[in-house]
Design a binder for this molecule. Structure first.
Ligand code: ACM
Length: 616
């Protein structure tokens, strides 16, 4: 006879969690949070005292408060006599404090009487992001902010999000919305993938055909490009690009949020859009080329002729003129050598330059570009293929094919940004194995996998580890045709990225992150108009359990969301039973109960169905 089995799938309720959250709901988790007791009451009388009113962080806070319906006065402390105001009910944003803070660090002290935020530059900005997170969830113009002392600074100096605007184009407003999200989560590098086989998206004055021809494709593949979908195209022209004026506007917007932009101009592969505009860039200018209409890797690549280098350096000159940052990304990934092998010119060049083979030629190509970029006082970043055939002397390597390239580059003394697709940092990968997930390139990168990634390989020596300057998630948009789909794919995984990039290893805790903090943030994103993947309710993940008695307890994955369930195998809807309190099921011998759940957020977003089989 079977023993009675009591299954407690999840043991604690959300309200208990909320009170105990050591991180006060903040994402990414700070270095240290010392809780006081009680709250600071932020109300319309609260005065904001500032010692650097023109500071971008102060300006950001002012704009935020106004937009959120707060009505507070800002006072420049340099212009008033200290005797004339009380510190009671004030928020001091101060850059003028004793001692130093770590780079990008801040200190936030909240008592019942006043708030003091100390920080400079980016540090002040990040302190403000933390303060804004603590102000959430209150009525307009009022907020209860828990008393605490927070000391904080990042683990890595490079905290990146990438966006491919070549496969699908995203307009200026969406790029700003993307930057807003990055800023809120203390991410500081936006890797803007501006060119690829399927589109050239940045205006270059000297070569107008790059956008006239290269920004438009005649049609786009429907469904998955590989793996059995029919050979169907949408028969609809598609295109878009950013003018230099728009690029400047976005750079400025990013700077106001302490975000550096790294433009990527792909070479020598992934360049079909440029070749379609200027066939003389290819090894066979007699062929006709068209901007890519399907996904994958094009065999047609840039030919390493003097004409190509002239055009590329002209293009880069305009790009460097626009973008003030230290880095420019030159791609370097997935360059098939087929066209070079067929080319007499390439064979001769390999011989003239004493190169090993076509890999050596790729290395020669990147080396020449690096020399030019370095001569302009900047640095290149390349995908890890730039290691093949010899690494350009000053290049930073972005390791995407696992960590091997990053490890090899760090061992050679090069800086490295970790972005391995195999470790949950490719946000074009599916967020679960369910067939209910929307179309994606495949793969499997659930939130927990992203969260568990540590960018510093244990195999490196401490000195080599210092070359791991940070981490980034990549967003390739073959299967993301809309802003909403991009948001669905990056959220909530971007929150995990922010914690990998910012929070010390010791302070990471997946249960606290996912069950106590993410649910609050998703509720805010819900009301702020962002799309996101609604996680399955905690405790409702697909599973089969055996026994004869089951006690089932769920935690909503989004604050304020409702969980509905069915016992008949159908996917639940809002017309089904609502989960309110733990459920008890008795299953007769040789029978089973099929419990399906769905979560629906206040704005109507739905999770996929979770599926629990209880068998006896
Ligand atoms: C890449 O995903 N091809 C860098």
């Amino acid at each position: 006879m079977k023993q009675t089995l009591l299954f407690l799938l999840v043991a604690l309720s959300t309200s208990v969690f909320a009170q105990n959250d050591p991180n006060l709901g903040i994402i990414p988790a700070p270095v240290s949070v010392t809780k006081g007791g009680g709250d600071f009451r932020f109300d319309p009388e609260t005065i904001i005292l500032v010692d650097s009113p023109d500071n971008r962080a102060v300006q950001f806070f002012k704009a935020y408060l106004k937009k959120a319906g707060y009505v507070n006065t800002f006072v420049d402390v340099n212009r008033v006599d200290r005797k004339n105001y009380s510190l009671k009910n004030t928020v001091s944003l101060t850059t003028n404090f004793k001692g130093d803070l770590p780079g990008e660090g801040y200190k936030l002290q909240i008592t019942g009487q006043q708030i003091i935020l100390e920080g400079r530059g980016a540090g002040m900005f990040y302190g403000i992001q933390t303060l804004i997170q603590l102000m959430h969830g209150s009525s307009p113009a009022y907020a209860n902010i828990p008393c605490a002392v927070i000391k904080d600074y990042p683990r890595f100096s490079y905290r990146g999000m990438h966006l491919d605007v070549a496969r699908h184009f995203f307009d200026v407003d969406f790029i700003k919305k993307y930057l807003d999200l990055m800023a809120a989560y203390k991410l500081n590098n936006f890797h803007w993938h501006l060119t690829d086989d399927q589109g050239w998206r940045i205006e270059i004055k000297k070569y107008p055909k790059l956008t006239e021809v290269g920004s438009m494709r005649a049609q786009t593949k429907v469904g998955r490009a590989t793996g059995g979908d029919s050979d169907l195209y949408d028969n609809t022209p598609y295109g878009g690009f950013y003018t230099q004026e728009q690029v400047r506007e976005i750079i400025h917007y990013a700077e106001d949020r302490y975000i550096n932009i790294i433009p990527e101009i792909e070479m020598p592969g992934h360049s079909l859009a440029a070749i379609a505009a200027y066939p003389e860039l290819s090894c066979d200018p007699t062929k006709t080329y068209k901007v890519g209409e399907t996904w994958g890797v094009s065999q047609d690549v840039l030919c390493p002729t003097e004409e190509t280098f002239k055009m590329l350096t002209d293009i880069l000159r305009e790009v460097l003129e626009l973008f003030p940052g230290k880095y420019i990304h030159i791609g370097g990934d997935e360059c098939p050598k087929f066209a070079w092998k067929k080319s007499d010119f390439c064979r001769q060049l390999i011989s003239e330059q004493n190169l090993s083979d076509e890999n050596g030629l790729q290395s020669y190509f990147i080396g020449r570009i690096e020399k030019f970029v370095n001569a302009q006082g900047r640095q290149i970043i390349g995908w890890d293929e730039i290691l093949e055939g010899g690494l350009a002397p000053n290049a930073t390597v972005m390791s995407w094919r696992g960590e091997a390239g990053g490890i090899a580059a760090a061992q050679l003394g090069h800086d490295v940004i970790m972005t391995p697709g195999s470790a949950g940092l490719y946000f074009d990968h599916a967020q679960s194995k369910s067939s209910q997930e929307p179309l994606s390139i495949g793969g499997y990168a659930p939130l927990a996998k992203t969260y568990s990634y540590d960018p510093v390989p244990a195999s490196l020596t401490p000195d080599q580890q210092k070359h791991i300057i940070g981490v980034q998630a990549n967003v390739w948009t073959e299967y993301m045709a809309t802003p909403a789909k991009v948001e669905y794919m990056i959220l909530p995984r971007m929150l995990a990225l922010s914690e990998i990039a910012w929070t010390s290893k010791e302070n990471k805790n997946y249960k606290n992150f996912s069950q106590e903090r993410v649910s609050k943030h998703l509720a805010r994103l819900d009301s702020a108009g962002y799309d996101y993947r609604v996680p399955i309710a905690y405790g409702a993940e697909d599973t089969t359990i055996t026994g004869n008695q089951f006690n089932v307890l769920f935690i909503p994955p989004v604050d304020g969301a409702k969980i509905y369930y069915t016992l008949d195998g159908y996917i639940p809807r809002e017309t089904d039973l609502e989960y309110k309190t733990p459920l008890l099921f008795m299953v007769p011998e040789h029978k089973n109960i099929h419990l399906k759940t769905i979560t629906i957020t206040p704005s109507g977003k739905r999770s996929i169905a979770g599926d629990i089989r209880m068998e006896n």
